[in-house]
Design a protein around this ligand. Structure first.
Ligand code: SF4
Length: 365
């Protein structure tokens, strides 16, 4: 039996001659077991699919669903999102992480309002030209919103294809990505674009899962190269170990007698870009000097650990009181006192929200 072209890097295995194609088996499985009640599927507009696809980058469906529902309640279409402030958007994104996604969502909405009559453009070529939309995301929007066949390659799909064709190498590497893309293209059916995209994502999320794939229930196990060679655990090749940097800094919870708290907006790019944060600095003395605070009046709080993808943070917080009008804490445009009712609605980094909820009366449930 000839070696299938999409599995050209691996030894020939016996192919089941009596089996329908990969896509036919996948679609039959999806018709019976696939997810058909996700909130962005009803209705399945380009705008809703776009928002969902951006939220789903690096994030699981169950985490995304409540964020998606809140976001769509506030911003039901491109027009409403395009006129929002970045504070409003970041507030609804708060806790979902990877905040550049939210900033790009807003930028893209503004471009669509200006250049595309407040609609997402309809071709992958135009979609991929927008901020935050890569090739796979553009195709996911195109296939799902317009029911067109298009290659998608999110983390779940990469895992399925790496196993099905026993493709060696970390999928984040460009040459491996290209190989997976070529494979995905060859397996793509000509019809049912939306269902097939959902089917291949669903099989990755629910059957071909990362740690415990349910191969016995998989519709393509007869010719899955990893399963047939009893080597599922070797695929996909894991990412090379990341160098984790350690970062320690001081953070200050400063309140006034009315319970207002001082927050500072982070620079637009970099860690927590554009979010409101407690004043922070690597150097405690400089932090106190900048805010005009006497360090002796502050109370130290237990330190807090927080992990980003490649940074391990140790936050050393302290708390104190002052009055905005009578101290040198004068607000700049990126520095404001927020009332107890205001800060919970802001876009805040997770550990900052955690500190405020723990140590301020207003944060206690
Ligand atoms: Fe994944 Fe197992 Fe199916 Fe292969 S047989 S695609 S490893 S679930």
């Amino acid at each position: 039996m000839p070696k299938p072209e999409y599995c050209s890097n691996i030894p020939v295995l016996k192919q089941p001659a009596d089996k329908p194609s990969f896509s036919v088996r996948l679609l039959e499985w999806w018709d019976e077991h696939g997810r058909k009640d996700l909130p962005w599927q009803h209705p399945r507009s380009a705008y809703r699919v776009w928002v969902a696809e951006i939220m789903l980058q690096q994030t699981q469906v169950k985490t995304v669903i409540p964020y998606f529902e809140r976001f769509i309640d506030h911003f039901p279409d491109v027009q409403s999102l395009a006129v929002a402030t970045s504070d409003e958007v970041l507030a609804l994104w708060s806790g979902l992480g990877y905040y550049a996604r939210a900033r790009n969502l807003l930028k893209t909405a503004k471009i669509c309002l200006r250049d595309h009559a407040a609609q997402l453009p309809q071709t992958p070529e135009e979609l991929v030209a927008l901020p935050g939309i890569g090739e796979s995301t553009a195709n996911a929007i195109y296939s799902q919103a317009y029911n067109q066949p298009a290659v998608i390659l999110d983390g779940n799909v990469k895992r399925v294809l790496a196993r099905y064709c026993a493709i060696e190498g970390w999928p984040g590497k460009s040459s491996i990505h290209q190989q997976l893309w070529k494979t995905a293209k060859q397996l793509l059916p000509s019809g049912r674009g939306a269902d097939y995209s959902q089917a291949i994502m669903d099989i990755g999320a629910t059957v071909c899962s990362r740690t415990k794939p349910a191969c016995s229930q998989c519709p393509v196990n007869d010719d899955c190269q990893a399963f047939c060679t009893n080597s599922v655990q070797h695929f996909p090749t894991p990412r090379p170990a990341l160098k984790i940097h350690k970062k320690s800094f001081h953070m200050l919870i400063l309140t006034d007698h009315k319970g207002m708290v001082l927050l500072e907006r982070r620079p637009p790019v970099g860690i927590w870009g554009g979010l409101w944060s407690l004043p922070a600095d690597d150097n405690e003395q400089l932090l106190h000097q900048r805010l005009g605070i006497n360090g002796d009046t502050l109370q130290s709080l237990p330190s807090l650990q927080h992990q980003l993808t490649h940074i391990h943070m140790t936050i050393m917080p302290s708390i104190g009181h002052t009055e905005p009008a009578s101290t040198s804490v004068e607000c700049t445009s990126d520095q404001r006192w927020f009332k107890a009712q205001q800060w919970p609605t802001l876009g805040l980094p997770k550990p900052v929200r955690q500190l405020l909820e723990t140590y301020l009366e207003s944060g206690r449930k």
